[in-house]
Structure formats: structure tokens, C-alpha cells
Write a protein that binds this ligand. Sequence first.
Ligand code: PLP
Length: 287
Amino acid sequence: MKKVGYFNGEIGPLEEMKIPMTARSVYFGDGVYDAAMIANGVCFDLEDHLDRFYNSLRLLDIRNFDPDREQLKNELLRTAAQAEGDVLLLYWQADRGSWPRQHRYPPEDVKANLLITVTPKKLADIRLPIRLITVEDTRYLHCNVKTLNLIPNIMANQKAAEAGCDEAVFHRGNAVTEGSYSNVSILSGGKLITHPADELILPGISRKHLLELARGLGVECQEREFTLDEMFGADEVFITGSTTLVRRADTIDGRSVGGRDKELFVTLQGAYMDRVRQMTGLDIPYR
Ligand code: PLP
């Protein structure tokens, strides 16, 4: 199958799958998700994604999700095994079950719903720089939870697309937080600076890898707030994400940015891509 869908144990072609109208995800977006890249049949960093998924469930107090980690992993891999393609996006979500609409949780015996999709993913040419816009971050204080509620992200991303750009960078006042689907970092004076992993950003798994790799290479990393001015004046501005990988920006709001420490940027991007290659065999050009 090209695109595979799964719902509570049933697998089929994505276009033919159906979910109940009473699923909590339908009216409330009352659920959490995660998404990872599969290349050559290997899921890059599934364990980290599972950690974050179970943490999101805990933070949303979704107690009725039954599968334990091994069972969930089996369901994910069983579904993925049905899909065709060298590079795939593995997406899964759990909502608080199906029950007539009411704000309080459904009764305890109602089980959470598990939905999985596996779709082909065309990776972008990561040698090409991307264009960004800035958007005021009007999201709430739970951005560390990967919930289904992504309205501000969707609207910011559409704004970026309508401006002919690739991604929107959120800022709260003068402080840069993250992108609509990625984390944002800067290089400045040989240092990597990125927003701390608190409740204002999603703790990205690629961000985590990059910090680890940068530290391993002796690059000073600062997990602290940085301002819009710092970003516009940075040596490099870049975004990270599981299928976005690591990409540098050359304009923000139509102004030229970065391009002053390509060597360090390519070293970090290369270190990340080496790790991806070691784990999955995926070898795409970055230099
Ligand atoms: N920030 C947001 C808002 C995201 O939606 C994502 C990915 O979906 C990321 C950051 C990057 O996270 P990861 O590196 O785990 O893919």
C-alpha cells in the first residue's frame, strides 16, 4: 500500500479508513500525537519519540490508553511494514476515546483511540536555504505537550506559505520561541543558541540530537531565550525537525539573514546527517 491507515487494530488503505464521529479528537482535539521518519525500513529514533508520546499522554492525563510501550511499538511497526517507499512519515495519535460530547472525561471503561498513518515523504534538498517569516506567538503555555490542537501553528504556516516562505518563526514579544513545525536555533560567534526546552516550545528530538552532537564537537551551546534582533543579526539561523532535518535560512520577513558561518553550520548539519545515515542508511547530500 502507498498510504496506510490504522484505527484501533484495523489496518487498510488510508483513503478507505473511517473513525467514529464521537472520537474525542473530532470535537475537542482531545489527544496527543507524535511523528517520526522511517528510512529504508528503519525508524529514526523511535525510542525518543515514544518517550515524548508517553510523556504527552501523562501531561494530558490520558489514563485510558492501554497499549504499553512494546505493544505500541509493535502496532507502529506492523502498520509501517505495510507501506511502500524509501522514506516514510510515521504519524500516530491517541485521543481520550469515543463518547457523546461532554467536557469531562468519558467513563473509566472507555478506551483511548489509537490512530496511525504511514505515508511517503519526499525530503527537501537540504542544501538549499529556506525563507522564514516572523509571527507573534499567541499559543498557550503547554507547547511542550504534542497535542492535536495546532490552530496557531496552522495559521502561521499558511501565512508563511502565502508570503512565499517555508516556515514561520514564533516570537513572544521580542523573544523567539520556535517554528510552526520545527525548532529554531541560531549560531552566533561560534556558539549554538536555542530556546530552553520549557513549556513554550516542543522539545524537538532533532534539536536534542543537534545539541548533543554540537557539544560533542566542542561547540558551546546555550539553551536560553534569544531576541528577534539577535536572530536577525546571527551568523546563521536554522530550523530542525524529524523530516525537515537541519536547514538554514537566508531570509526572514524578506530581509537577508545568516550566511556568515556556513562552515560551522555545515559541520553540524553533516554530523546530524551522519547520525541519520548510521541509523537508517539514508544518505542524502548536504554539502
Ligand atoms: N516544534 C514544533 C511546533 C513541531 O511541530 C515540531 C515537529 O513536529 C518540532 C518543533 C520538531 O520536533 P522533532 O525534531 O521532534 O520533529
